[in-house]
Design a protein around this ligand. Structure first.
Ligand code: ZN
Length: 147
């Protein structure tokens, strides 16, 4: 394992042990969704608070492997405060990262770049993308409601 892979692993383990934005809130203005990944046992809830087209807050909770739980933490940190359009752009780039393509905007991904190595382990791609899919579905629901 090279230095950069060691660094990525350390960031993932740090978010797994000390997750950001973890714990759901009792607030009816938050949109929420529950997704699971039976092949691994990951089970997460994600909440989204939007103000116009800006992400004011993201919360997550659940159980799962270190990849899934750390990814929910990094997703919330990366997308909180973004406009929904930018968030969708970042999410698309994250999916491309997991596919192992080179055509990605690494700067937009910020810390989410640490999942670069997941592309080599197809079974873990669902773990890494679960919380991002959850948030994407919430943004899409909100978009549909507006139209
Ligand atoms: Zn998993």
């Amino acid at each position: 394992m090279n230095d950069i892979e060691n660094l990525y692993r350390a960031v993932i383990m740090d978010h797994y042990k000390n997750p950001k934005n973890k714990g759901l809130v009792e607030n009816s203005s938050y949109l929420k969704v529950h997704l699971n990944n039976p092949s691994c046992g990951d089970d997460i809830h994600v909440q989204l608070c939007l103000e116009d087209d800006q992400i004011k807050d993201i919360r997550h909770d659940g159980t799962g492997c270190s990849i899934c739980c750390s990814s929910a933490s990094i997703m919330s940190q990366t997308l909180k405060g973004q406009k929904t359009k930018k968030a969708k752009y970042i999410i698309r780039n994250f999916y491309e990262l997991l596919k192992g393509t080179d055509k990605i905007d690494e700067d937009a991904l910020e810390e989410a770049i640490v999942y670069k190595g997941v592309a080599k382990f197809p079974a873990r791609i669902k773990c890494a993308s679960l919380s991002w899919k959850a948030l994407e579905s919430l943004i899409e629901d909100a978009d549909e409601e507006k139209n």
